[in-house]
Design a protein around this ligand. Structure first.
Ligand code: PLP
Length: 409
């Protein structure tokens, strides 16, 4: 008889967003005809940059004509897009990586999970707490952990690195050994961005322990402060111990279009295997289980990295950052303490009067009709906070902030 995966069965049920939806629905039933003002979603809302949209339309025209039609492309991605990505890293971050290190994908979420497959089952994962849930869930599904422990507030076998107000929401490298270190800056959910020396501490740890960093840079374009690094490869020594994962979702509005990339340099070493092994295994994994990202999305990605496309993408980023600034100023004037939202689309807000994340969620919904995301859903250390998202139409964001100020201030 076929047996279900023991590793998947170990996953706790996806509680956070279904529970948010359930509470919103219950509120709506109690308040018919009233609108919930949503600052909870991490989903983009504004139209595609015109240059990017035009490039995708042109690609569809080519696909519509038999003489210019193309089918499967290279599993690693369109050569032009990989070259454009390498150039982007060179021009914008001063990082020189070979084109062969870049692998195009359908998004950072898949890469963050799939990258587990190149590591031994015995590899110990480490995550920041709170964290984007995919790092933990893919570690569990990948067989790297034990069971969830309600007492621990996490899974046995995962090293949790607390990111708290005490350390400015930048976790320190763990005291114990870990093999795969997930980092994400600008961070979802806290909005914190690590400085160079803070990332250097992780690179030094990885060298010392023979670990590999998986650096999620999905929000890197939100960094405005010129002193903050956008890519882990801006840190000396990262090329032989770090993988980076990037996305077109939050700067080009590709949350629905789908396109991302991973960087796995040949120089990366693992404890038991020479440089080149992880690169080769990742290439093997992608060629075996992935048939390449959509050719239409990739045409859009090339345009997004072109001069005009890049300007338009940054306009989009500025729009959401404008929302973030309105939210942060507004909620601070309502007396709430918050973090992030300057080099990030997320504002990490402390729950007032000792409320738990869910208590403050309910309070905001009842008092101001505003929905946010409870911080405890991102990990134990997220308790006592909520994540406020800047993804939304400006007028809706303004209405939500007005409501918070009027009803809480
Ligand atoms: N990484 C982080 C930290 C995210 O917050 C998200 C989406 O919210 C993703 C990755 C997903 O990116 P993609 O849409 O490219 O799969």
């Amino acid at each position: 008889m076929a047996r279900a995966s023991e590793d998947f069965m170990r996953l706790q049920s996806g509680y956070l967003f279904p529970e948010v939806a359930r509470r919103i629905k219950a509120w709506q039933e109690r308040n018919p005809g009233r609108k919930v003002l949503r600052l909870s979603i991490g989903n983009t809302t504004e139209a595609l940059p015109p240059t990017v949209a035009e490039a995708m339309k042109r690609k569809i025209d080519l696909l519509t004509d038999r003489s210019t039609y193309t089918g499967y492309g290279d599993e690693q991605g369109d050569a032009m897009l990989r070259e454009a990505l390498a150039e982007h890293y060179r021009n914008e971050y001063g990082v020189d990586l070979p084109v062969s290190a870049f692998f195009v994908s359908d998004g950072a979420k898949s890469d963050a999970a799939n990258i587990q497959s190149v590591f031994s089952r015995s590899a110990i994962p480490a995550v920041q707490d709170p964290a984007y849930p995919v790092y933990v869930d893919s570690s569990v599904a990948g067989g790297h952990t034990g069971d969830f422990s309600p007492a621990l507030g996490g899974y046995s076998g995962i090293v949790y690195m607390p990111a708290t107000a005490g350390n400015g929401f930048i976790a320190e490298p763990p005291r114990e050994h870990a093999d795969i270190i997930y980092l994400c800056f600008p961070n979802n959910p806290t909005g914190a961005v690590a400085a160079r020396d803070e990332l250097k501490a992780f690179v030094d740890y990885a060298h010392r322990e023979g670990s590999v960093i998986v650096f999620d840079s999905a929000y890197s374009d939100y960094i405005g402060n010129p002193d903050l690094p956008h890519s882990i490869y801006e840190i000396e020594g990262a090329e032989d111990c770090a993988i980076e994962i990037g996305s077109f979702s939050k700067n080009a509005g590709f949350t629905g279009v789908r396109l991302g990339w991973s960087i796995v340099p040949e120089a990366i070493r693992a404890e038991d295997s020479p440089a080149g092994t992880l690169h080769r295994l990742w290439n093997r994994r992608q060629c075996t289980f992935f048939n390449g990202a959509s050719s239409i999305s990739q045409a859009g990605g090339i345009a997004a990295l072109s001069g005009k496309g890049r300007e338009e993408c940054m306009d989009l980023v500025r729009y959401y950052k404008g929302n973030a600034s309105i939210i942060r100023t507004g909620i601070e004037s309502a007396g709430l303490r918050c973090y992030g939202g300057t080099d990030s689309p997320y504002i990490w807000t402390e729950c007032p009067d000792g409320m738990t994340s869910w208590q403050f969620f309910d309070y905001l919904l009842e008092k101001a009709h505003v929905a946010v995301t409870p911080g405890s859903g991102f990990g134990k250390a997220g308790e006592g906070y909520v994540r406020i998202s800047s993804y939304g139409h400006r007028e809706d964001v303004e209405e939500a902030v007005r409501s918070i100020k009027e009803n809480l201030g």
